[in-house]
Design a protein around this ligand. Sequence first.
Ligand code: NAD
Length: 445
Amino acid sequence: MNICIVGTGYVGLVAAACLAEMGNDVVCIDVNPDIIDNLKAGNIHIFEPGLEPLVARNVEEGRLRFSTDLAEGMDEALFVFSCVGTPSNPDGSCDLSYVDEVATQIGRLISDYKIIINKSTVPVGTADRVNEIIQSQVKQRGVTVEFDVVSNPEFLKEGDAVNDFLKPDRVIVGTDNVRTAKLLETLYAPFARSRDKMIVMGIRSAEMTKYAANCMLATKISFMNEVANICETVGADVREVRAGIGSDRRIGYHFIYPGVGYGGSCFPKDVRALIDTAKAYGCTPSLVEAVDAVNNRQKGMLAEKIKKHFQEKGGVEGKTIALWGLAFKANTDDMRESAALDVIQSLTDAGMTVKAYDPVAGGNARKILQDNASVTVMDNQYDPVDGADALAVVTDWNQFRNPDFNRIKKMLKEPVIFDGRNLFSRSFMKDMGFSYISIGRQPVL
Ligand code: NAD
């Protein structure tokens, strides 16, 4: 099948490579010529485990191409996927300008039947909006062309995106057109071989499903962060509480880890967008608003603990914190709405210096933090620790889980570790002679 993917980011490039892997002919389009030039030269602009060999193989076998020219991409395609970004507007609503632009361009170019697939996360009603934009462009051109707009939200996770796309838990297709649903079933058959993985529903339900899924996951995280904060105050240990509640199969162990608050390119903006949509339709999304508020508070929590510790020891001014982990989670280079940025801002606003390290997000972090003279991003895990007043762990990369504690102890001015991900055992920290402050557990002092 011939496929055009518009927007070659985390979702678009992964979808393109996986669809090409199944034997389809895929053309990837992006407005950013640097991204396309790099991809043509064999350089992938994002970090995603397993993606590089998949892209390389499919390029070599002629099933995957890259271009900045949408006309070239649409020429032979039956399926046109829109995978552009849908960031937050300043008021929290979803910025649909990239989606609108793609729809406008499609409307200007479309000349035969195509299925336009919204893969971006978009508010309920966006498929209708895309339909209208394309119709109006087609009308202006004075031509008659048939097309269908389908909602097919994506559920991949950064860091495991290739696996998620190849072996999805489910494929959601929102369409009222039986023939279109059948064509999408054929397209997705290699990924969703078990029939019940393919869930066909109304377009609005499909759009809503993506927000409901992300907000449910965000709710679990905020709930657990709230529990953690209560644990800390009442003398309980959230690690023990998690084990206790997770053993109930109705609750389960997944997604109930407390930490520094959720970040990334999806949960924060999708929670805000659902609040905005609900309010626009006259609903009161009290729970989702609370999830957002708890998360905003949680993002400040680790920095507050660090500042409180040093205030009690005589002052925060001039202290240096070694910070491990800049990406919003492990296994990605994505810095969008990463809690590390909140921690750094709060510490440097208070007059502290931050020396940071991340296994893959260092390059992105340097660009974002270039105007903050109090931050240095280093290339080696132990360089920031040398001579620092404390170590703070913000992202749960595997290589931070069992570091050389003797080396850390020798390098730090004071043996203090602030752990925003509860990676270490309290008793082990105590035995090693560290002061250890984590989330939802009693400090080791
Ligand atoms: P991204 O920012 O990584 O990629 C978007 C790409 O679209 C960019 O490369 C940009 O240059 C390109 N673009 C913008 N306008 C364009 C145009 N007119 N024509 C061609 N290309 C254009 O975004 P992403 O993280 O891949 O997310 C895309 C969508 O998928 C968002 O709606 C997001 O919410 C959703 N989503 C993301 C994830 C994730 O983990 N990143 C998971 C599921 C769903």
